[in-house]
Design a protein. Structure first.
Length: 130
């Protein structure tokens, strides 16, 4: 039963595609008379320099891309971070530095005879426990 539904759907999509292509082709043929001459009051058209067109269509977008890339990467480079693909991430980004397991075990907040691993203390934010 499903095969016939799929075939019918494909058949309808093909008919719709052919009809839309025919409509698009006929509208293109009917638009031919719209390409008229330049109106009398506009004067002669001057040719545009190819270098100017190249500068506008390629130079401006390329310049904007370079500017955006510089605005993104220069602050990281100024901090001394590596921005190359595949570069190693910084070891830690914790405020106050990384604590060793010995420092955590000796902290006054941890119970003396706890059998499970001690929880990391935080300086604020969510107080989740592991």
């Amino acid at each position: 039963m499903t095969g016939t539904v799929i075939k019918a759907t494909v058949r309808r999509a093909a008919i719709l595609g052919i009809a839309s292509a025919a409509l698009l082709g006929s509208s293109t043929l009917l638009a031919g008379p719209a390409s008229a001459e330049v109106p009398v009051g506009w004067g002669p058209q001057e040719p545009v320099d190819k270098l100017y067109v190249l500068g506008v269509l390629v130079g401006i977008p390329l310049g904007l891309a370079v500017l955006i890339a510089a605005l993104v990467y220069l602050p990281s480079l100024a901090r001394g971070e590596r921005v190359a693909p595949g570069a190693t991430a910084p070891e830690d980004q914790w405020l106050g530095g990384r604590r060793t397991a010995g420092e955590i075990a000796l902290s006054p907040a941890s119970p003396a005879g706890a059998s499970e691993a001690p929880a990391l203390e935080t300086d604020g934010g969510a107080s989740a426990r592991w």
